[in-house]
Design a protein around this ligand. Structure first.
Ligand code: UTP
Length: 317
């Protein structure tokens, strides 16, 4: 393993500006092999990532986000019942030729958009043994480079870019970078939670420890881990040794905890504190909020939809 290309155990102020020796991050991994039980029965035969948010499947926003951050090599980790994900990012010649015959150029462009977005690759996670295991399935494709992980059911509002900033922080400081969001203390048991120290950048913290879904009384902070990561490839060796943790699953948070504990393994772990809009589209309430918010902002649908929403709220609420 060519470790000399990466930074190890350097103080943030020492590495600032030393961006030249880093390989540019170009690969994004999107784990999308989970069962989606919170959304049953909709997800019995349809992947939750394919549920539409306005008129695009949730997963397309995620791939668009990776591409907007400069990562156009995308590996999706899929599983049984996830075939529609591959079809969505592939050409559909029959549909394209039907639209062409009709002269419907705008719908044709919409159909072609998803297949032209990125260079897509797929790997199957035979058994959904947890997020850490899904990330490990990406090891042969990623190799020895830092890479990004975007959870397929976590939607970051396209107006509040997060991944670009995380890539920038990783290029400046090396190691791994996770995305954090402050949540109410009573919500922290739903997330991985980070113990943090401040840095000279107001939106960046150094992560000194991580714990998956803690009881509020044991939580080291109210910084919750959300579904974006830029990871040092040393995570793969750690994941290979990580035993199943909470829920009997191989937890990415457990592996990251080892990185945070010992900088010598793969550099420091930093967190970018996100204050923008984010939706967990695997959660029914958040899914509905995502649709309403994004529909309100749309130029084509927004004006009518907002008018209707105002009168609905005035009359019904
Ligand atoms: P979730 O915790 O949301 O689990 O996974 P889930 O199975 O998808 O959904 P619920 O909780 O049963 O409704 C977080 C992310 O990790 C992926 C999921 O696809 C999702 O993007 N994941 C999880 C995998 O790819 N493989 C796994 O084994 C577990």
């Amino acid at each position: 393993m060519n470790r000399s290309r990466r930074f190890h155990a350097k103080a943030p102020d020492m590495v600032a500006g030393m961006t030249q020796s880093h390989p540019r991050i170009s690969k994004a991994v999107i784990p999308a092999a989970g069962l989606g039980t919170r959304f049953l029965p909709a997800t019995k035969a349809t992947p939750k990532e394919m549920l539409p948010v306005v008129d695009k499947p949730a997963i397309q926003y995620v791939v668009e986000e990776a591409v907007a951050a400069g990562l156009d090599d995308v590996l999706m980790v899929t599983g049984r019942n996830k075939r529609p994900l591959e079809d969505h990012f592939d050409r559909n010649y029959e549909l394209e030729s039907a639209l062409q015959k009709k002269g419907d150029a705008s719908r044709l462009a919409k159909v072609q958009e998803s297949s032209d977005l990125a260079t897509m690759h797929y790997v199957r996670q035979g058994d959904p043994k947890g997020l850490g295991h899904a990330v490990l399935c990406a090891a042969p494709h990623v190799g020895d480079e830092p890479f990004a992980v975007l959870l397929g059911d976590d939607l970051i509002d396209p107006r509040d870019p997060l991944l670009q900033r995380m890539v920038e922080v990783q290029e400046q400081r090396g190691g791994s970078v996770i995305a954090l969001m402050e949540v109410a203390p009573e919500q922290i048991h739903l997330y991985g939670c980070a113990a943090v120290e401040t840095t000279e950048d107001s939106d960046v913290v150094q992560v000194s420890g991580l714990v998956e879904k803690p009881d509020p009384a044991d939580a080291p902070s109210n910084y919750a881990i959300i579904g974006r990561y830029v990871l040092d490839p040393s995570i793969f060796d750690i994941l290979r040794r990580t035993e199943p943790g909470r829920g009997g699953e191989i937890q990415l948070t457990d592996a990251l905890q080892q990185l945070a504990e010992d900088e010598k393994i793969g550099g420091p772990v930093h967190g970018v504190v996100f204050k923008g809009r984010r939706y967990d589209t695997g959660d029914r309430g958040d899914y509905l909020r995502a649709i309403v918010r994004l529909a309100c902002e749309r130029e084509d649908l927004g004006p009518d939809f907002r008018t209707w929403l105002r009168s609905y709220v005035a009359e019904e609420m």
